[in-house]
Design a protein around this ligand. Structure first.
Ligand SMILES: NC(=O)N[C@@H](CC(=O)O)C(=O)O
Ligand SMILES: [Zn+2]
Ligand SMILES: [Zn+2]
Length: 459
């Protein structure tokens, strides 16, 4: 990486003309990007020496925003780092990720969240917005330094003990009261711990048949019901992580009909996969909350289509091979998901006629940015804005293989499945991170990020 003036000037003068892309609305347009910003959007723009990208047949989407990513750094760098996780994000068309707090040390102080954010700024593949822990060490006993994190340079707005549920009702109430003071949100991992002790998969006929301890739907639904009532009582914003059951969708639909400020996410895996995969005892299918049944998948899809579920979030959860190759009971919970999210969304939602591409732009970019209060992130191809977008080829259909993964871990449940669509280009802050289907070299992306930083502070 170099930030000598000449290299920065060279980068600042680089320009790209995206020619003939299809916008989410269906219109066709050229996009001219220079010095990190979108300079023009229109028909038949003049290249003026710009690098031309032929986007005929490619869909231009605003840079995707993931409200739920595990980047694992600090502490679990054998699974993922901020650099490798944001590389995976770029490969999937994401330009911003919210980094979950279950790191080591836990992201429960201003120091740790600032460190995570700085690592993201330096890597340059995507904007990293740290999530702060609700409780110290995720222990569920005392509130963390929520105010210090909110007012730190990282300006944290999303707080979560994800991986664990904030089970104590009084602590949950206090957390909601606290985040309300700065328009923050508590993102809850809704799982009653007592109802799910040693649970291994969805509770039902299949868990009995396979001899694996069941995880009842009510363990999720009862916490969501309690939390929406607490959010109503406090008048604060609540976000429900990885909704997985039909009953949860019903509870959230009811809460929204009462005007409660609740938002919810569904993951790509819960929108496409069912518990039947567990017959293989392949731990790639082990996840928290567990894969459920067909009627749950359909309820989640219907919830996204009618707005009960606001967004898709990946819950990208990298784990090293050794913790997935053990027997089912001993294996870790979690799946990687950044690189496959858009293809899964196309397969499960667009091709089934449930969502349009404009809806996809909303649930994978605009609304997650709003929930996380992500500032300065353009979602509408506005001229003058920092250029964050991805160019996706919806006509491609291929077996999802290891070549599509760009992070450190390979625990994807989609490997070997035929999925539609492929990300061909991603631009973060006006510079490519993925070009012609290839994730760019880390040094090059870091240099672009430095140029953008210089340009945005001096220009
Ligand atoms: N989803 C998972 O199965 N695992 C996540 C934690 C979480 O999202 O609850 C992880 O950190 O590995
Ligand atoms: Zn979780
Ligand atoms: Zn998670």
């Amino acid at each position: 990486m170099s930030d000598s003036p000449s290299s920065t000037d060279r980068l600042a003068s680089l320009s790209y003309l995206v020619s003939g892309a299809t916008l989410p609305t269906g219109e066709r347009a050229d996009l001219l990007v220079q010095g990190g910003r979108l300079r023009a959007v229109g028909r038949s723009l003049d290249a003026h020496g710009a690098t031309v990208i032929d986007a005929d047949g490619l869909l231009a989407l605003p840079g995707l925003v993931d409200l739920h990513t595990h980047l694992r750094e600090p502490g679990f760098e054998q699974s993922e780092t901020v650099l490798t996780g944001t590389r995976a994000a770029a490969a999937g068309g994401f330009t911003s990720v919210f980094a979950m707090a279950n790191t080591l040390p836990v992201s429960d102080t201003a120091g740790v969240v600032e460190q995570v954010q700085a690592l993201g700024d330096d890597a340059g593949f995507a904007t990293v917005r740290p999530i702060g822990a609700v409780t110290v060490g995720l222990a569920g006993e005392r509130l963390s330094e929520i105010g210090a994190m909110a007012h730190s340079r990282a300006r944290v707005r999303v707080f979560s003990d994800d991986g664990k549920c904030v089970h104590d009702s009084l602590l949950m109430r206090r957390a909601l009261e606290y985040v309300k003071t700065f328009d923050g949100v508590v993102a809850q991992h809704s799982q009653d711990p007592r109802l799910t002790e040693n649970s291994q998969m969805n509770e039902g006929a299949l868990s009995s048949e396979l001899g694996l301890k069941g995880w009842p739907a009510v363990a999720e639904e009862s916490i969501i019901a309690r939390d929406v009532l607490l959010a109503e009582h406090v008048g604060a914003r609540l976000h429900v992580c990885h909704v997985s059951t039909a009953g949860s969708v019903e509870v959230i639909r009811w809460a929204k009909s009462r005007g409660i400020a609740v938002t919810a996410e569904a993951t790509p895996h819960h929108l496409l996969l069912t518990e039947d995969l567990i017959r293989s005892y392949d731990a790639r299918y082990k996840v928290n909350p567990p894969l459920r049944r067909d009627d749950d998948v359909h309820a989640l899809r219907a919830g996204l289509a009618d707005g009960t579920i606001d967004i898709i979030a990946t819950d990208h959860a990298p784990h090293p091979a050794e913790s997935k190759e053990s027997e089912w009971d001993a294996a870790s919970f979690g799946m990687v998901g950044l690189e496959s999210a858009l293809s899964v969304a196309q397969t499960a939602l667009v091709e089934t006629g449930l969502l349009t591409w404009a809806d996809i732009a909303r649930v994978l970019s605009q609304t997650p940015a709003e929930i996380g209060r992500l500032a300065d992130h353009s979602h509408a191809f506005e001229v003058g804005s920092s250029a964050n977008f991805t160019l996706h080829d919806p006509s491609s259909s291929s077996v999802f293989g290891l070549d599509r993964l760009a992070g450190k871990s390979t625990n994807s449940p989609f490997l070997g499945m035929t999925l539609s669509g492929r990300v061909e280009y991603t631009f973060h802050h006006g510079y490519p991170t993925v070009f012609g289907g290839t994730v760019l070299d880390s040094a090059e992306v870091a240099a672009s990020a430095a140029a953008w930083k210089t340009g945005s502070t001096h220009g």
